[in-house]
Design a protein around this ligand. Structure first.
Ligand SMILES: [Zn+2]
Length: 675
């Protein structure tokens, strides 16, 4: 396989992993959805073409994990997402699909409402009291944020005239109004504090605070968009009636919610809302269209991840003109050089933008971009913008060609061409930019987890010459640390304690921390399960590595090349000498005592929240066994969507059949019983 393919696949996987994490876990997406999709498409194409697909490839990752900060809540009914359409033509296809499925020419009456760019939330009311609030999470399991939701004034803690025995789950969107957002930022500016990026991120951050006092400082608001689980309560026959009822309970319903009959009215509604978009005090990014008739909704049902009776029309992305003032080159952890355009600040898609990534030199060539050019910038939703095209080149005497610097902008070392479109700084840890990113990765939560070692401190340590590679962290001492600016004795002691604590780690964390290209957490776990100790791994051949689950040719090549580098080997030895010790046990004692030890699980059908491989790992993690086929010795069949012959066989044999949600509950039960 050519080097440039290895390089490109490696880079694509890294990018996709990064953006998944930004989007799902950090609520801080960095690129528009369309760009993410094109990365994914490209990766899938290459993986197919070169037979590279491995189970752990990021091209299969969808959704994100639920943060460990909060306790988890299994939704009573999954919180689905909506299929999206971008053109009115697609609405006709949607409507046709509905009619074909219903086998009748039903009246097409739609409940239309603005698609609020906020945070989806589930509110559970018992006897009229708000008893629980959860984020959407991955749709099946969300985070318990009740303590924060109780601080939001527009969410009633008690419903009016609510039946004593009834249970009602209300779903809606939490948002921060545009005017409140502007006010908050004005106050921040006045106090010389960092401003918030946009209303949605601010709202997401506020809801996911551990301290409700911090949530209360942000004036969040709420609109409900529907209902989930209900007990002892019934609604009449249309969604519009549901909204009327919710409103009578005292829940805020969007004033723009409206009935439209037929495609023409629907399209008119969408166009009007798009015109009014800027005058609304909340951010919207489209229109949600739902069949109004509840009986028809029921007959249509749901797919694995979205209902068949609703669709979201997304407004076209916003585009604005601006001028490129210059291009900076940033250096990443592995030395990759990324050009970033500095822009004449513009307000687009709800935020002021002053720079944006150009990804690589090929992108600059594709755009035909020079410094000084007037460009079109597109920004969809709350993601960072993209330069779409050059609309007016600068006058020749002002126009400056953008070329890759001949040396690293941070350390001055030579740049090496790596693959077709990438350039790298060759200095490794001698380059401060790479050193900083490496130490940040090494000490991150899922690596060695050094608490309190933030960006600022890492920079200070590097600038003071106290660390030249990650291993140097373990040689720091109190007298050196307190010489740093704004470092008291107590903070210094805490940092040293945290570093000391990270000395005892697991083989998988250690491998992940080393920052071998493409070796993410999953791969690191696989490697740790297959090699009893580090020395065996260091000496492993490409062929033997490729036999391991999750390790394809690209990853195998990266591992071999990492351990053939003398500097890397020296660092690993140095870490060992400094007392970093790696625990090798593969079978923690809790597994032997698990209630599921020895039980046999089989899975069938497609799962909503996890890959089969992940389910398998979870099963093995319980100390249970995993089998490919149903037999008399099977204890549990986990049945997903579209289960077929295995399900029938299990039912015949009297094997216990559970759905995915039940499986997740079992796992969380077994975890809570751990201690
Ligand atoms: Zn450099």
């Amino acid at each position: 396989m050519p080097d440039h393919i290895v390089e490109e696949v490696s880079e694509l996987r890294r990018l996709i992993g990064f953006h998944n994490h930004q989007y799902h876990t950090l609520d801080d997406p960095k690129i528009p959805d369309v760009d993410f999709d094109s990365l994914l498409t490209r990766l899938e194409l290459l993986e197919k073409e070169w037979a590279l697909s491995t189970e752990s490839s990021s091209s299969r990752d969808v959704g994100g994990p639920v943060s460990e900060k909060f306790s988890q809540i299994v939704h009573l009914l999954p919180m689905l997402s909506l299929d999206k359409i971008f053109h009115f033509d697609d609405f006709f296809s949607f409507e046709e699909g509905v009619k074909n499925r219903l086998l009748e020419n039903c009246p097409s009456v739609y409940s239309c409402e603005p698609k609020i760019d906020g945070i989806a939330i589930s509110l559970l009311y018992r006897n009229g009291d708000l008893v629980r609030a959860a984020t959407r999470g991955n749709g099946v399991v969300g985070e318990d944020v009740t303590h924060n939701i109780l601080t939001i004034n527009s969410i009633p803690k008690k419903l009016k005239d609510f039946d004593k025995s009834a249970v009602l789950e209300v779903r809606g969107e939490i948002y921060l109004g545009k005017s409140d957002f502007a006010l908050l930022n004005a106050r921040k500016l006045a106090n010389f504090q960092k401003t918030f990026v946009n209303p949605r991120n601010t709202a997401a951050g506020a809801i996911r605070q551990l301290d409700p006092g911090l949530t209360r400082e942000i004036p969040l608001q709420f609109f409900c968009y529907g209902i989930g689980h209900t007990e002892n309560i019934s609604f009449t026959d249309s969604l519009t009636d549901v909204f009327t009822q919710l409103s009578e309970y005292g829940l805020p319903v969007n004033e723009r919610q409206q009935i439209c009959t037929g495609a023409r009215q629907v399209i008119k509604y969408c166009e009007k809302l798009q015109r009014d978009r800027d005058s609304l005090d909340y951010e919207i990014d489209g229109v949600v269209l739902k069949l109004d008739d509840l009986a028809l909704q029921n007959r249509l049902g749901v797919r694995a991840k979205s209902p068949r009776w609703a669709v979201a029309y997304k407004f076209p992305a916003e585009e604005k003109e601006t001028t490129v003032l210059g291009v900076d080159f940033q250096v990443g952890r592995t030395g990759a050089i990324t050009p970033v355009a500095r822009l004449q600040p513009i307000f687009v898609g709800g935020a002021t933008i002053s720079n944006t990534t150009l990804h690589n030199m090929a992108e600059i060539t594709r755009l035909g971009l020079c410094v000084g050019d007037k460009v079109l910038v597109r920004r969809a939703g709350d993601v960072i913008p993209k330069i779409v095209s050059v609309i007016e080149p600068a006058r020749p005497e002002l126009r400056k060609i953008i070329s890759i610097p001949s040396s690293c902008p941070v350390c001055g070392a030579d740049l090496q061409r790596s693959g077709e479109i990438m350039y790298r700084c060759s200095a490794g840890y001698l380059c401060k930019a790479q050193l900083k990113e490496s130490i940040r990765h090494f000490s991150s939560r899922n690596a060695l987890n050094v608490d309190g070692l933030g960006d600022k401190l890492i920079s200070q340590l590097i600038d003071a010459g106290l660390v030249g590679d990650p291993a140097d962290l373990f040689e720091l001492d109190q007298s050196e640390l307190i010489k740093l600016e704004r470092m008291g004795e107590k903070s210094a002691r805490n940092i040293l304690l945290a570093i000391d604590k990270s000395r005892n780690t697991t083989l998988s964390r250690f491998l992940f921390a080393l920052g071998i290209r493409e070796v993410g957490e999953t791969t690191a776990v696989s490697l740790a399960n297959n090699f009893q100790n580090l020395d065996d791994l260091v000496g492993a051949s490409r062929e033997s590595l490729e036999e391991i689950e999750d390790v394809g040719p690209v990853v195998a090549a990266n591992i071999v090349s990492f351990f053939s580098d003398l500097n890397n080997l020296k660092m690993v030895r140095k870490l060992e000498q400094l007392g970093v010790s790696v625990e090798h046990t593969n079978t923690p004692s809790r597994i032997k005592n698990s209630a599921f030890a020895g039980k046999v699980f089989v899975v069938t059908g497609s799962l909503m929240t996890m890959k089969r491989e992940e389910l398998k790992r979870k099963v093995l993690g319980l100390g249970a066994k995993f089998s490919g086929s149903v037999s008399k010795s099977t204890d549990y069949l986990v049945a997903g969507d579209g289960s077929g012959s295995k399900l029938a066989k299990a039912e015949n044999l009297g094997v216990k059949v559970i759905n995915e949600q039940k499986f997740i509950e079992l796992i969380s039960m077994s975890k809570s019983g751990e201690s």
